[in-house]
Every structure is written in structure tokens, then in C-alpha cells.
Design a protein around this ligand. Sequence first.
Ligand code: NAD
Ligand code: MG
Length: 383
Amino acid sequence: MSDGRDAAPAGVAILGSTGSIGTTALRVLDRHRDRFRVAALTAFTNGALLASQAAAHDAAFVGLVGDSEHCGPGWSAGEGCLLEAATRGDVDVVLNAVVGAAGLGATIAALESGKRVALANKESLVMGGDLVLDAARRGRGELVPVDSEHSAILQCIAGRPAREVRRLVLTASGGPFRAWSSARLAEATLADALQHPTWQMGRKITVDSATLANKALEVIEAHYLFGVPYDRIDVVVHPQSVVHSFVEFVDGSVLAQLGVPSMELPILYALTHPDRIGDSGVPAFDPVALSPLTFEAVRRVDFPCLDLGIAAGRAGGVAPAVFNAANEQAVALFLEGTIRFADISRAIDRALTDLGGAPAGSRDAILAADAAARRHVQEFFEC
Ligand code: NAD
Ligand code: MG
């Protein structure tokens, strides 16, 4: 982005503006109205919050995807809203903060239109990695991560060539069940899973953090973003969520990026990368107050979603899309109270075994695999 002093403010579209990332982003943008203008906002069903956000930021485009009855005057309605917002001429940056596979079309369309995509919606990159990278190449779009781990890696790599990177080490908080025994884990409830120790997030990613499916999605996301093979991406548990990830270089030197656990930092960086602008949204960094910083090995047997997801990433083809969709469907059933915590990994495992072997040559193949995996999980629990 330009330094913004003389240039007109950059237009930002926020897809999923009523969610955890969306509302955090609006707080950040509110402090930087000289550099950024909110051009477009979309939400799924929360029309009331969307209306107040649109009024506060004077958004030119407002879209409600899932509830046409509660649209305000002049709003757009239906799934097409995401594509419209993502490709508008007055939009320079698309913050994709939609949850789940529903974000794929907008990620691709924005990149094809040459936008910067500030990507919170990791699911779109996991399910359609090659398609997304290809869209960026064809449209000269730019993909910049919002996920704190990937933002950390981007900041540590700082433009150095891929040949200088030996290994990425993603940190994981370990979620609410990090220290639970295997026996206790079998009894984990929805309320337990929603008590994340360090981050306030939407319900789906909070459950993903409890199963470690989120970290599997992030390993796949890192593979595509940074072009690093899976055998050079590791995960370590770091309960304080202060070190956001490590990059080990070929000379053995290791860089890490640290910060208080607030998504305001990676959201702002995704907007300004590679530049930095002054901001005082989060408390000052105090290493003594944040001490101790500790690291543990992942309990891979007790949290099988991590290795299931990494195996899907390595397998390639439609496997990452199957992993993602099976996880989304199983988490939806868990959030409804229909299945137990341990059922999530069982359902993903079965879906990957039965459906994960096909190639992913096209968007249709990926969408078909996504739909098949959702049906598979549904039927797995019906019989
Ligand atoms: P959330 O549930 O709080 O918000 C989701 C947003 O997407 C809402 O505005 C909702 O209206 C919209 N939405 C939901 N379903 C939709 C659909 N089918 N079509 C269009 N819009 C839809 O979720 P969140 O925690 O803000 O997470 C959003 C994304 O960011 C996820 O991909 C998540 O993995 C990622 N992420 C979140 C955090 C975090 O701290 N919350 C951190 C890193 C990455
Ligand atoms: Mg993350």
C-alpha cells in the first residue's frame, strides 16, 4: 500500500463484518480513516449490526447474504453479495472474514480482479489451494494472511527467498483441553470446548482450536502461502499465545514474531504490509508481565485432527477439501449438540478414507468433494 499521506484512502471490503474478525477489523479501521475507507460490508444474517456498521462507516455497498427479509434500503441480498463486494471498482483490499467454505468464491474472484486479499478465511485456501494461487497469478492479485501465525511468518521471512528458509514452526495455544487427560477428554462437552484460554473467536474456529483441526488447516495454509513442503512445517504448543510462530533459516538462525494475543495486530499488518503505520490499539508489550513463555510437544494421539489434516495436505488432490468440509459438517453437528467431541475426528477420518483419493483438477471437482464430504458426515451419524 502507499504511505497514504497524499494518496486517497484505500477502499476496503469486509466480508463477514459482523463476526469476530470483522468487528475487530472495523475497530482498527476506525483509527485509520485517513488511510482506509470502508467501501463494502457483508454479513450472513445479523442485519441489525450490519446496518449500524454501514451507517458508522458510510459504506457504499452493503450485502446481507442469508436473510433477504432483513435487508435495509439499497442493500444487496443473497450469495452474489460476496462476489459483488469482492470485485467492486472502489475496493482495493478485500478482508475475507467469512467463516468456512462459503468464502472460496470471493477469495478467487477478488484475486482475479487484482485486489489484495487480506485472508482470514483460511478454509478457502485449504480447499482450493492451487486454484487460489492460480487466480492470484492470473489476476495479479495479492494474498496476505490475517491468521496470526502466518502474519508472524510473513514478517519473519521479510522478503528473503524460499531457499533460505529451512523450517516453519507454527505455535498452537493447545486450546482448552491442552492439559486434560485422555479419559477426561472423552467426556468433553460443548461448553468446555467453547472456553478458549487465550483468544475470543467465532464458535467454529473455537471448536477447531480445541480439536487442533485449526492447526491442521494452518499447516496447509502455510504450505500454500509460503511454498514450504509439509516435512518442513512443524507445530509446537505454546499456551501463552505470545510467540506467534518461528522461522528457522538455513544458517540455523531462528526468528520469531511476538505480540500480545490480539487480532488487531495481524489485521492491521495485512492492510499495510510490507509497511507499518503507527497504531496504539493494543497494550504495550511487557515481557515480564507476559512471562513465562513455555513450549510443549503436541499430544498427537489425543488430538488426531492435526495429523489427519496434515495427511490430507500431503495427499493433495481433493483431500484437503474433504478434510475441511468433513470438519465443518462435524463441527456444525457438535455445535448443535448432536455428536460428541471425539466424534469429530472419527467422522473426518472416515470421510478421508472413503473420499480423499480423487484428483482436484477443477473448481467443480473441489465443490463436488466438499458436498460429498458433508453428506458423508451426515450419513455417518444417521446410521
Ligand atoms: P465468526 O463466526 O465470528 O464470523 C463469521 C462471519 O462470516 C460473520 O460476519 C457471518 O455473518 C459471516 N458468515 C457466516 N457464514 C456465512 C456464509 N455462509 N456466507 C457469507 N457470510 C457468512 O467467525 P470469525 O471467528 O470471525 O472467523 C472468520 C474467519 O477468520 C474464519 O475462517 C476463521 O478461521 C478465521 N480466523 C479467525 C480468527 C479469530 O480470532 N476469530 C483468527 C484467525 C483466523
Ligand atoms: Mg491462527
